[in-house]
Design a protein around this ligand. Structure first.
Ligand SMILES: Nc1nc2c(c(=O)[nH]1)N[C@H]1C(S)=C(S)[C@@H](COP(=O)(O)OP(=O)(O)OC[C@H]3O[C@@H](n4cnc5c(=O)[nH]c(N)nc54)[C@H](O)[C@@H]3O)O[C@H]1N2
Ligand SMILES: Nc1nc2c(c(=O)[nH]1)N[C@H]1C(S)=C(S)[C@@H](COP(=O)(O)OP(=O)(O)OC[C@H]3O[C@@H](n4cnc5c(=O)[nH]c(N)nc54)[C@H](O)[C@@H]3O)O[C@H]1N2
Ligand code: SF4
Ligand SMILES: [Mo]
Length: 701
């Protein structure tokens, strides 16, 4: 295949950032490497500005190219032997005082499949620790838990993204892809232009505006009321007779119990609680049912706005229930899906870096799963530790009595991105040994005792799994700087120094992929018939892809669901209010999210001049009347105060903002960290923190 941009070429790689995994070519050049977009089904030749500027980090002056260790309070450069010896000393000390669980590991959804797999294996076998979890807990866990409960499997989109392209009705709940996945919006052009796009978001986002401009609907709900909204919609679907009784009877269980919850959510009550008018509720149901009846494409999609709540699993359960009542999942041109966030957010949650999980999306407490994986690893099943604890619980236990005293952290920046971030900083500082692998001195790396410099995306080989469950190849396009070492190599070296069987931790990603595929055999996320060569040949392979499905599975659930009885389960709980409701002292709802120009904790994008110039400081989006009440003018610096602490943010007036809500992006460092204010209330099932609602007040600095 040729190299022309705009065509799919065999040599392309994919963007380092989000799960859309736009395809691109990275070309080394005298002035520094540059990227060009490549046509791929997800991005159709598009990139967002983060993708366009991604290569600027490759030879960035702030790139770390030598290990660093803390000496006399400062991080100073050292050689790899010194750094790794220091890591091993720290591990040994922690194990002496705390046993195998004296060492904790924290991973990330940006790691390749091979690294996610190896990190889980390294933790269980080389460290013998059960304490591993990762930032995907803060991203996909509620949707994953709900999908597993209802469908028996969790693949973000159980159909290719391109299925959305011809849809006539799409309900987007808590998703702002205009900012978070711009090229994804192309797939919504038809539905938006046809007036069939419905966006449920407390803010009039660029995505909501797109819906309105095309004649669709913006449901400007009160933050934290998604469950009520969805049960209200479910109620309406039933009472106006738009549910699908044949589908419900043939393909689902639990409808009566779900109706038991939804019966009470009369339209007027739903309007009162959510702030969404009865007329808009009715219009939403009409649009979805009409698109379904015409076989024209009807979808319900959630993202973090709906999911990052202490009732997130139930919210997604309610979204799935709505889709099931309409008879969408498993039908052609219809379905429910969640929009996965991180570059390898999907693969990152399948291969065993989650506290309760083994490769192939297996449960670590299931004896058969343990026996299978132990067989692949060549160990006794008893050697594999049990389940650990979730991300926040793990971080919150660091350095406390009985907690781990050493931690290895790969691909996350919790100082900025963890809920109740100052409390997490305290825990990180209480560690005897914090080891951070990164290619930049993130805010978390700056607290470390050892910093290990690693290659970046365009410098490494590997695979990732995109938001539609398609496994793709990350290809080396430029050579890493001398001094950076691949994480596969780092874990091999640590295993060698710890005398824990280095041969079990190969450094060649292809070899690791082959092992991962074997370990996944027969699991929910079965990769066993996928080969590196197939991926290299550009084949579109969506998991499961095993003995029963050697061609892969672009569309799930067409015949049956992955539950034991093959039926989808309605799982609807009672509606619960957010953990922290506004009161006299903290009268506003504080919510958080993303802007176009920054990625996540901002460690990467804040270092790119063009992106930093577009969004240089932390801000708070607020209705002018609310700001005026606090004596604040547009552009002033405000304090947004919660029971945890105060965030400093520039006031940004927005006439379309709800007067009970303020919004803060979470990408900024220091006093501008939105997570200073957020609360670590966790969903009981998924352990997702309540990132999207806390009680705050706003005041002049
Ligand atoms: N530019 C950019 N793109 C990204 C990322 C990034 O950091 N920057 N990160 C990637 C990752 S990891 C992820 S997970 C995705 C996230 O992608 P999205 O889910 O689209 O992003 P968010 O901005 O977190 O949340 C979406 C919307 O939820 C709304 N919201 C807030 N509270 C509520 C609520 O109670 N109910 C409802 N229904 N909505 C609410 C917010 O106003 C916001 O507009 O983006 C990916 N893409
Ligand atoms: N208030 C609030 N907080 C949130 C959210 C929210 O909506 N609101 N969203 C949550 C969500 S959905 C997410 S996904 C998290 C994300 O938040 P984080 O977990 O902090 O994610 P990143 O900022 O992507 O951090 C990645 C770090 O790893 C480095 N890195 C990238 N690739 C690699 C690699 O291959 N190896 C290594 N070793 N390092 C690498 C980067 O330089 C960066 O420093 O934030 C969560 N926090
Ligand atoms: S949409 Fe996501 S994958 Fe595509 S260029 Fe932007 S950040 Fe990269
Ligand atoms: Mo995420």
């Amino acid at each position: 295949m040729s190299e022309a941009a705009g065509r799919q070429v065999a040599e392309h790689t994919h963007c380092p950032y989000c799960a859309l995994q736009c395809a691109m070519i990275v070309t080394p050049a005298d002035g520094g490497p540059y990227v060009e977009p490549v046509w791929f089904p997800t991005n159709r030749g598009g990139l967002c500005r983060k993708g366009w500027t991604s290569a600027l980090l490759l030879d960035h002056p702030e790139r770390i190219t030598t290990p660093l260790i803390r000496a006399g309070g400062e991080l100073v450069p050292c050689d790899w032997d010194t750094a790794l010896d220091r890591v091993v000393d720290g591990i040994r000390r922690a194990q002496e005082s705390g046993g195998p669980d004296g060492v904790a590991v924290f991973g990330g959804g940006g790691l390749t499949n091979e690294k996610a797999y190896q990190l889980g294996k390294f933790t269980r076998l080389a460290l013998g620790s059960r304490l591993i979890d990762y930032n995907g807990r803060w991203c996909m866990s509620s949707a994953a838990a709900a999908s597993n409960r209802s469908f028996g499997v969790d693949r973000g989109l159980p159909f290719p993204v391109s299925d959305l392209t011809s849809a006539r009705s799409v309900l987007l709940i808590g998703a702002n892809p205009a900012d978070t996945m711009p090229p994804f919006l192309q797939h919504l052009d038809t539905v938006a232009n046809a007036g069939g796009l419905v966006v449920a978001d407390p803010r009039l986002t660029a995505t909501a505006r797109r819906a309105i401009d095309g004649g669709g609907v913006h449901l400007r709900l009160r933050p934290g009321t998604d469950a009520a909204l969805l049960l209200g919609l479910l109620h309406l679907v039933v009472v106006v007779g738009k549910y699908d009784p044949d589908y419900i009877a043939a393909r689902t269980t639990g409808f009566d119990e779900a109706w038991g919850q939804a019966a009470a959510w009369l339209p007027e009550r739903t309007e009162r609680v959510t702030g969404v008018s009865v007329a808009q509720l009715e219009r939403t149901v009409e649009l979805l049912a009409a698109a379904r009846d015409a076989d024209a494409g009807a979808y319900v999609l959630t993202a973090r706005g709906a999911e990052q709540h202490a009732d997130g699993t139930d919210v997604v359960g309610a979204a799935i229930a709505l889709a099931l009542a309409l008879g969408l999942p498993g039908r052609a041109r219809a379905g429910y899906g969640t929009i996965t966030g991180q570059g390898n957010g999907q693969g990152g949650r399948e291969h065993g870096q989650k506290a309760d999980q083994l490769p192939g999306y297996r449960s670590i407490t299931d004896p058969d799963a343990r026996a299978h994986v132990a067989g692949v690893w060549g160990v006794d099943p008893a050697e594999i530790p049990g389940a650990g604890v979730s991300a926040f619980e793990l971080l919150d236990s660091l350095g406390s009595a009985g907690g781990p005293t050493a931690m290895l952290l790969h691909a996350s920046n919790p100082v900025v991105s963890a809920p109740d971030a100052d409390r997490v900083c305290e825990r990180l500082s209480a560690l005897d040994t914090l080891v951070v692998a990164d290619f930049l001195l993130s805010e978390t790396a700056a607290l470390a005792d050892v910093v290990l410099p690693v290659p970046q995306w365009a410098e490494e080989e590997g695979t990732l799994t995109n938001l539609e469950g398609r496994v793709i190849r990350r290809r080396r396009s430029v050579t890493p700087p001398e001094g950076a070492r691949d994480e596969l190599w780092i874990w091999h070296e640590l295993a060698r120094r710890l005398d824990r069987g280095p041969e079990r931790f190969p450094v060649d990603p292809r070899e690791v992929f082959d092992e991962l595929a074997r370990a996944s055999t027969g699991g929910k996320a079965d990769y066993s018939a996928i080969t590196w060569d197939r991926l290299d040949a550009g084949e579109a392979v969506h998991w499961p892809c095993g003995a029963d499905s050697p061609d892969g599975t672009p569309r799930l659930f067409t015949e049956r669901f992955a539950t034991e009885d093959g039926r989808a389960r309605f799982c609807v709980g009672p509606v619960r209010p957010p953990a922290e409701m506004p009161d006299a002292e903290f009268p506003l709802l504080g919510t958080t999210g993303r802007v176009l120009s920054h990625y996540q904790s901002g460690a990467q994008t804040r270092r790119i001049a063009e992106l930093d110039a577009a969004e240089p400081v932390a801000w708070v989006q607020v209705h002018p009347v609310v700001a005026a009440g606090a004596g604040l003018a547009d552009g002033d610096t405000a304090r947004v105060v919660s029971r945890r602490g105060a965030v400093q943010a520039q006031v940004r007036f927005d006439e379309d903002m709800r007067t009970d809500t303020v919004f803060l992006p979470f990408h900024f460092a220091g006093a501008g960290r939105a997570n200073i204010m957020t609360l670590p209330e966790l969903d009981p099932v998924s352990r997702m923190p309540e990132f999207k609602v806390c009680a705050v007040r706003i005041e002049a600095l």
